[in-house]
Design a protein. Structure first.
Length: 306
């Protein structure tokens, strides 16, 4: 495999772009990529995302996003180990979360509205691969029940105080069965890590579409709300919904089940932190874990709100 610098030069040349003038690493963009920003001889900026595992070039997915007016970085080229994109100027939401204004939150709401406006028939879900979208019938009620059952073995040794509330949560799922099964099915970004949300001066762009899927938009709004809480203890503000539209009816229930799923299947398995993470990522993930524990410690009170 060529060095990253040679790989960048090769992909830039293959895309018919001006030669690379300078390169700098970009930090904070996930766990499994090396990300470089290159400035070309004509001042254009591009981003190389380099990984160790081979994956097909996501040309089909990139065309779908462009054809459906979803704002995403333009794919310029790549191979099985790297992708080359146009650089999206702006700040990662993770870096500016404490400085967001109503106007910037409205910008984020607009970005998610455009994604979730791409609709599919209810009762279908699936992952959007690099070149194909395969949907299959699903029962969201059964999926949520199964998620809770699968979590029990890790909750028992790690968060046993959550276990007495699971029957109530199972009952809530049954109470909301009709809403869950009739919820609109939409395109989902699939990985609302706050570093994947780039807040620019005029609009917000979602990057890193590797986990794109189709499902209930309430799942993604719940996941975004959770990420904000893990980051600074906050939640999605009203300004977000001024442009996004109504909060999905299923979001509150997904918020509770997401928290349990994340604690038992996230980058930490219960209390344990992945030992392969570097010091900065270990600190980040430890904070997420502790925030999830705080959230789940109030599970009884949260269930009373239904």
């Amino acid at each position: 495999m060529p060095s990253t610098d040679h790989l960048l030069d090769d992909l830039v040349s293959a895309a018919g772009l001006a030669p690379v003038r300078s390169v700098e690493p970009l930090r904070g963009h996930g766990f499994d990529h090396e990300v470089l920003r290159a400035t070309l001889a004509d001042a254009r900026q591009v981003v190389l995302r380099h990984r160790q595992e081979a994956r097909p070039l996501p040309q089909g997915r990139a065309r779908f996003l462009a054809d459906h007016d979803v704002r995403a970085p333009a794919l310029l080229g790549g191979n099985e180990f790297a992708t080359l994109y146009d650089y999206v100027p702006g700040d990662m939401l993770s870096a500016v979360i404490d400085k967001m204004t109503d106007a910037t939150w409205r910008s984020v709401g607009t970005a998610f509205r455009r994604v979730h406006a791409v609709r599919f028939p209810s009762g279908l879900s699936g992952h959007f691969g690099p070149g194909s979208l395969i949907l299959h019938p699903t029962d969201p009620v059964e999926e949520l029940h199964r998620l809770l059952v699968d979590a029990e073995s890790r909750l028992e040794p790690n968060l046993p105080f959550v276990l007495p509330w699971l029957p109530r949560l199972h009952a809530l799922i049954d109470d909301h069965a009709e809403r869950l099964r009739q919820a609109p099915t939409a395109l989902l970004h699939g990985d609302v890590f706050l570093a994947n949300i780039i807040v620019g001066t005029s609009h917000t762009t979602l990057i890193d579409w590797d986990q794109t899927r189709v499902g209930d938009a309430g799942q993604e709004i719940a996941a975004l709300d959770e990420r904000i809480q893990l980051s600074n203890g906050g939640s999605l503000p009203d300004a977000f919904f001024e442009t996004y539209g109504r909060r999905p009816e299923t979001a509150a229930l997904h918020r509770l089940t997401n928290a349990i799923a994340w604690f038992t299947h996230g980058p930490f398995a219960g209390w344990a932190i992945d030992p392969s993470l570097d010091a900065d990522r270990t600190h980040l993930v430890t904070g997420w874990r502790d925030s999830l524990v705080d959230y789940l410690a109030g599970l009884g009170e949260r269930l009373q709100e239904f």
